[in-house]
Each structure stands twice: as structure tokens, then as C-alpha cells.
Design a protein around this ligand. Structure first.
Ligand code: ADP
Ligand code: MG
Length: 226
């Protein structure tokens, strides 16, 4: 039956996720093991080894953290939230990281702004991920523009960066678990964004031009109830 296939499909996705997670965690664990062996056998530069080991442990930690949020069952509370406030808080949170990278963040709000039935924690997580990606895409600095537009029965949140952009052939792969082009990436950020926005019955649209920049359009219905 259709239900059977849906379940089989779900199991398949979980299996892929588990395999990916195991793989992603095994890499830093293997390197940690190697460094501990090195430290056992010689009196060489222990402090340099420690730095690498700490960064590998941090990496495992961030993979597990992002994964936990994805795995958490959909039990979050939906309330009527002011998206402007959530966005403002996230921008303040990421401001130091932006300044360090010579990046300015410009926030623009159009019109009277409606409340959106949403999970504040989850939406905050989406904004953090999208903005972090934008910052990481702009090693040479520049401007990130965020526009909030009220539409009939929905809102649009547009994130525009002047980063390195995404080649057309990679856009369909965004949000695939563990898909990353970064040395230190987890490839879980956008996957989480897609899941959260889908839970809110919204959508994410991506437009990008290589070496010019990217635009992420998030649409959220004012009410996610069916
Ligand atoms: P991660 O940031 O850990 O790599 P994400 O799921 O957040 O994982 O992003 C997946 C990939 O999507 C990134 O590695 C990058 O190639 C691409 N990407 C996402 N956002 C942007 C952006 N604003 N500009 C350029 N590339 C991006
Ligand atoms: Mg990311």
C-alpha cells in the first residue's frame, strides 16, 4: 500500500542519515586516535596536537548538535511571533562575526508587519544558519541585505549576499544531508532549514550567480494550520 511505501521511504532516509552521521563522526575520531598515539610515542609538539584535537572534538560536537535538532520530534510550540524581533536578535548575535569579516548587515522592513504562527526557536535557528552561510560565503567582506516583506497571508524574508555564489548544478543538492563544499562544513545547516520551513508549511527559494552572490527567499504563511 501507499502507507507501506511511505514508511519504507522514511526508513531509507533514516538509514542514509545514520550512515552519513557515522561517516562524518568517524573521520574526526580517527584523527583524534592518531594524535593520541603520536603524543604517547614522542615528546614532540604536544600543544599543537592539542589544538587540532580540540578542533576535531568541536567538530564532532557541532555535527551531533545539528543532528539532534533535526532528529527531535516535531513537538515544538507554535505561537504568534514577531519575525522582526527574532531577526533582529539573530543579527545582533551574528554581528561580531560579521564585523570580524568586514561584513555589514542591513535590515529593511516594508509595511505593517503581521505576526506569524511559528516556533521561535526553530525560526531563529533557520536565520542563524542562512546568515552564517552568507558570512562564510564572503571571505572578502561586503554587504548582506535582509528584507522583510508582508504579503497576503504570508511573509517573505529575503537574504541577499555578495558572496561566492553557488553553481547551478549544485543548487538541487543544497539541503541534502552532509552536502558541503567547505573544509569544516557539516552539510546539515540547510537540511535543517528545509525541514523547519516545511514544518511551517513555508518554502525556500534560492537564486545565485557565481562570484556575484546568492539570494535565499523564505516564505512563511501567517498560519501553518491546515
Ligand atoms: P555547511 O555550511 O556546513 O557547508 P549547509 O547545509 O549550511 O552546510 O550549506 C551547504 C552548502 O551550500 C555549503 O557548503 C555551500 O556550498 C552552499 N551554500 C549555502 N549557502 C550559501 C551562500 N549563501 N553562498 C554560497 N554558497 C552557499
Ligand atoms: Mg552552513
Amino acid at each position: 500500500s501507499e502507507d507501506f511505501y511511505r514508511k519504507a521511504d522514511k526508513l531509507n532516509v533514516i538509514g542514509q542519515l545514520a550512515a552519513g552521521l557515522a561517516h562524518e563522526i568517524r573521520n574526526p575520531l580517527t584523527s583524534l586516535r592518531g594524535f593520541i598515539q603520536l603524543m604517547q610515542s614522542s615528546g614532540t609538539n604536544k600543544s599543537a596536537y592539542c589544538d587540532i584535537m580540540i578542533s576535531e572534538i568541536d567538530r564532532i560536537n557541532s555535527i551531533v548538535n545539528e543532528f539532534l535538532i533535526i532528529a527531535k520530534p516535531h513537538a515544538t510550540s507554535f505561537r504568534k511571533n514577531d519575525i522582526r524581533i527574532i531577526l533582529h536578535n539573530v543579527v545582533t548575535l551574528l554581528e561580531p562575526q560579521a564585523v570580524l569579516n568586514n561584513i555589514q548587515i542591513q535590515l529593511e522592513v516594508e509595511g505593517d508587519f503581521p505576526l506569524v504562527e511559528s516556533s521561535e526557536m526553530e525560526i531563529k535557528q533557520v536565520f542563524v544558519n542562512i546568515l552564517k552561510n552568507a558570512i562564510e560565503a564572503m571571505p572578502g567582506g561586503g554587504m548582506i541585505r535582509i528584507a522583510l516583506v508582508a504579503q497576503t497571508n504570508s511573509i517573505l524574508i529575503r537574504f541577499n549576499d555578495e558572496g561566492n555564489g553557488i553553481p547551478d548544478n549544485l543548487i538541487p543538492r543544497l539541503g541534502e544531508p552532509f552536502f558541503t563544499t567547505k573544509e569544516q562544513g557539516t552539510g546539515l545547516g540547510l537540511m535543517m532549514c528545509y525541514k523547519i520551513i516545511a514544518d511551517h508549511k513555508g518554502s525556500i527559494m534560492i537564486n545565485s550567480v557565481v562570484s556575484e552572490g546568492s539570494t535565499f527567499d523564505i516564505t512563511l504563511p501567517l498560519s501553518a494550520g491546515e
